[in-house]
Design a protein around this ligand. Structure first.
Ligand code: ADP
Length: 162
């Protein structure tokens, strides 16, 4: 039986921290669907199409990894793609409460759905999309945080915003 896991998130934009989690999830499951959240209360820098496009580009040569987007409840999306496992990355303690709340809520909504957490690699445990955007907006060096393709997109985005 093929095992399929979903790695959901905002990916605004995708960083090496996300890619590490996606790659490690792929070692545990035959198929990994990266699911980009379309609608959210927070404001995104990149519209969903661009977040999906960047992820597709940087995972292009990764067999067993596909990129999709979803809106609404994650458990509804899980049913749609016939997956039962959600994989999330855990960084510092600060991620823990929010992640636990989400995992418990999703399990409450659909008891078939389980969330597993992969501890962030030490090297990326400080890395977040928010931090990357902040550094990029001030013209700082982000090549250690995101792939070159994403770096270009960030630069273009801040140029266009002025
Ligand atoms: P969200 O806005 O839903 O938290 P993100 O795009 O920020 O989505 O993150 C998606 C997933 O990737 C989350 O599980 C998050 O914890 C994880 N993640 C983000 N950055 C890192 C990192 N540097 N190392 C490990 N996991 C990370």
């Amino acid at each position: 039986m093929m095992t399929r896991a979903v790695v959901p998130g905002s990916f605004d934009p995708v960083t090496y921290g996300h890619l590490d989690i996606i790659q490690r999830a792929r070692r545990l499951f035959d198929e990994v669907v990266v699911a980009v959240l379309e609608n959210h209360s927070k404001q995104f820098l990149f519209p969903v199409e661009e977040r999906v496009e960047m992820l597709k580009e940087v995972t292009r040569d990764w067999p067993g990894v596909t990129v999709d987007y979803f809106s609404g409840l994650l458990v509804t999306y899980m049913k749609k793609v016939s997956a039962r496992v959600i994989v999330r990355g855990l960084r510092a303690l600060s991620d823990y409460e929010y992640e636990l709340q989400m995992a418990l809520t999703n399990h409450e909504l659909d008891e078939e759905v389980e969330t597993i957490f992969l501890a962030s690699s030490a090297h990326y445990s400080f890395l977040s999309s928010r931090m990357v955007k902040e550094v990029a907006s001030m013209g700082g060096k982000i090549s250690d945080f995101v792939p070159p393709y994403v770096e270009q997109k960030l630069k273009a985005k801040f140029k266009e915003r002025g």
